[in-house]
Design a protein around this ligand. Structure first.
Ligand code: SF4
Length: 376
């Protein structure tokens, strides 16, 4: 158990100070590229010899971003821009911005105007992501992204190097899936917050180092005796569920995160990149295979069907929707997905989350009442 605690504490330290990871990479002479959510082809950054550095906002109060975004923009983008405006992301050689929601489409221009010195690489992918034409469009756009990364890194990237990066990322995804299952089986050893931090650390570390840490952690968890505790099993869904306060409330209410459909968590690791002769085709195809995220074009709401399946497979008592405040894609999904859960008889609670929230008392009352209701 001590070994598990020690490894979880190391991963906590990474999340508590991501800047230290960036500084260490820069000190070693490695360039870094900031990667905004969602589904950016990070493998191309890695193949170009640079560190992909995740930009998922941060819990902080903003003062400068309000000059560029209205108050009703999500906190993820407010705080990510704020970090850039305050110089907290100095040292990045570029940022990658996917154009997959209206607010993200404005991020690049706001960044160029406000921060200026760090170039923006727009990442576009086809809305009709499952068609042959859509895949070809995304492949061509990803090749263009690769060209920009080659200019920035000063290195020509071969297909062999991209294929190696794809394999390394797929190994990381497999390690994350194995860890997620082991953490769900051992709620006495891994709290909801520790589970989240172990996953989130990968956005700031070299993926190979993250894989090694996760494998050791999963092995240590699997060697523990069967957990004496079951608690309430919850599946989370949403964009982000990394708030220490919110996850602490879940823990206090006796809840275990049995699985998730959260963009920052399983949104990264649920779907591998297919291995293809042209590795960039595989990166484009992954976009067509992924499900369960509100930014993906999903007219039949596969997200709801996937969530029902996940909840049943995890033996979940209920689903917690961590609703990102001012996020249109999430709000559009809410009604049809809620209906699907209702039809399947799976209880759902939605709590609104904002990285600038100071008080979580309303969420505490709602989660405690939900837990009581689930216990019957
Ligand atoms: S999808 Fe939602 S949370 Fe993500 S950037 Fe767009 S509005 Fe913000």
């Amino acid at each position: 158990m001590d070994k598990v605690k020690e490894m979880l504490s190391e991963l906590h330290s990474v999340c508590a100070d991501p800047r230290a990871q960036l500084d260490a990479a820069l000190a070693r002479g490695r360039k870094a590229v900031g990667v905004l959510p969602y589904f950016c082809p990070e493998e191309l950054v890695y193949a170009a010899g640079m560190l992909p550095f995740g930009l998922w906002g941060a819990e902080m109060q903003t003062s400068l971003s309000g000059r560029y975004y209205p108050a009703f923009t999500c906190s993820l983008l407010h705080t990510a821009l704020e970090m850039g405006l305050r110089g907290q992301l100095a040292g990045l050689s570029a940022i990658m911005v996917p154009l997959c929601c209206d607010s993200l489409k404005c991020f690049g221009p706001n960044w160029k105007y406000g921060v200026g010195t760090v170039p923006v690489i727009d990442v576009a992918w086809a809305q009709n992501r499952k068609t042959e034409a859509g895949e070809e469009f995304t492949r061509a756009r990803f090749r263009r992204v690769l060209g920009r990364l080659e200019e920035i890194s000063g290195k020509t990237v071969s297909d062999g190097e991209i294929a190696e990066a794809v394999a390394l990322y797929n190994e990381n995804r497999a390690a994350l899936r194995a860890f997620s299952a082991a953490a769900a089986a051992h709620p006495e050893a891994v709290s909801p917050l520790q589970r989240c931090e172990a996953m989130k650390a990968g956005y700031f570390m070299d993926r190979a180092a993250h894989t090694a840490k996760l494998r050791a952690l999963t092995e240590a968890l699997c060697s523990l005796p069967e957990s004496p505790r079951r608690g309430l099993r919850i599946v989370t869904t949403g964009i982000l569920a990394d708030s220490p306060a919110l996850l602490g409330i879940l823990e206090d209410a006796g809840c275990t995160v049995a699985d998730d459909q959260v963009a920052q968590e399983s949104g990264f690791f649920r779907t591998d990149t297919p291995v293809t002769a042209d590795p960039v085709v595989g990166l484009a195809r992954r976009l067509g295979l992924a499900e369960g995220c509100s930014v993906l074009f999903d007219p039949g709401k596969e997200r709801g069907r996937e969530l029902v399946k996940l909840a049943k497979a995890a033996g979940a008592d209920g689903v917690l929707w961590v609703m990102a405040k001012f996020c249109d894609p999430e709000e559009f999904d809410y009604v049809p997905v809620r209906r699907m859960l209702e039809e399947a008889g799976i209880p759902l609670l939605a709590v609104e989350y904002d990285q600038q929230t100071a008080s979580f008392e309303q969420a505490r009352s709602a989660i405690e009442a939900f837990a009581e209701m689930l216990r019957g």
